[in-house]
Ligand binder design. Sequence first.
Ligand SMILES: NC(=O)c1ccc[n+]([C@@H]2O[C@H](COP(=O)([O-])OP(=O)(O)OC[C@H]3O[C@@H](n4cnc5c(N)ncnc54)[C@H](O)[C@@H]3O)[C@@H](O)[C@H]2O)c1
Ligand SMILES: O=P(O)(O)OC[C@H](O)CO
Length: 340
Amino acid sequence: MTDQHPIAVLGGGSFGTAIANLLAENGQHVLHWMRDPQQAEAIRQNRENPRYLKGIKIHSGVEPLTDLAAALKACDLVFVALPSSALRQVLQPVSGLLSGKLLVSTIKGIEAKSFLLMSQILEDIAPDARIGVLSGPNLAREVAEHALTASVVASEDDDLCQQVQAALHGRTFRVYASADRFGVELGGALKNVYAIIAGMAAAMGMGENTKSMLITRALAEMTRFAVKLGANPMTFLGLAGVGDLIVTCSSAKSRNYQVGFALGEGLSLKEAVERLGEVAEGVNTIKVLKSKAEELDVYMPLVAGLHAIVFEGRTLDQVIGALMNAEPKTDVDFIPTTGF
Ligand SMILES: NC(=O)c1ccc[n+]([C@@H]2O[C@H](COP(=O)([O-])OP(=O)(O)OC[C@H]3O[C@@H](n4cnc5c(N)ncnc54)[C@H](O)[C@@H]3O)[C@@H](O)[C@H]2O)c1
Ligand SMILES: O=P(O)(O)OC[C@H](O)CO
């Protein structure tokens, strides 16, 4: 199904560019909003976004533009691929144009002051909009290079899910639907923190057993936290939970993993972030998550350990020692005891 209207993608970084290209390859006319006029002009001229997706040809159906109001007025379906730190600042001033729109956040972050997820911020800014999220194991470069990929669109609004599936589903990109917007979105935000830890472990030369332990204990920890917030633990067994956790904790293409790798090599957080030069949402999530876990009294030793290394001056050896010597725990917290 081809939408009558163009589709807007907000954000000129790697994921916005990858999503814009996918939509255009599916026959959609895409208005790709970015703040940088030079970047928009370069894409218009050269059909490439060299800073964020070097070497990827941008489809002729993608129209880069810097007039946000024009993009929003022309489109009903809007994908939002901005850094979490920019969301309010970009969309609050144009909130009057968002009423009735289908707003789909691809942002994997948490607002520090409020602990709101990005689709909750969209609700706050645009109470009359229809809201969804897109999340899953979706490294932008691999999406753009047509690696076979699956994602999840999540919303209480079934029609929104169907419209997103119709627009994005293609030869190399498969979109599953979920009604659990909160769980899907929370999984995407939480896994970034564990990818930093996995990158650190890789830099220290740790083995495959260690990687597997980290990913599995990360899943236990994030699920425990999510359940405390009222989320459905089963969602964490899907693409946007364990699926995204695996890819981000395993791939040097992940920016969060790269930050962790740099920390493991001995760089400071500031140096690691500067060397990356792109968004690694997990960096901001560490503090927010640590304090929320304490407030809710949820046991999150990996988050606490990472926080201790990055913000409390503890060494990797001290934290690893404390983690390995901690009292043994139960493997799986949420085993149903009836119904089998
Ligand atoms: N890159 C991926 O593989 C990937 C995959 C899925 C989801 N995401 C999520 O998508 C979101 C965006 O990430 P990305 O990878 O595209 O980031 P990126 O680092 O590749 O690019 C960020 C973009 O945002 C723009 N930007 C920054 N501040 C802005 C502002 N105030 N106003 C307007 N534009 C601004 C930058 O100019 C840049 O174009 C993040 O939350 C990320 O977690 C990324
Ligand atoms: O590069 P990262 O670490 O932001 O991860 C990208 C995506 O979230 C992977 O699904």
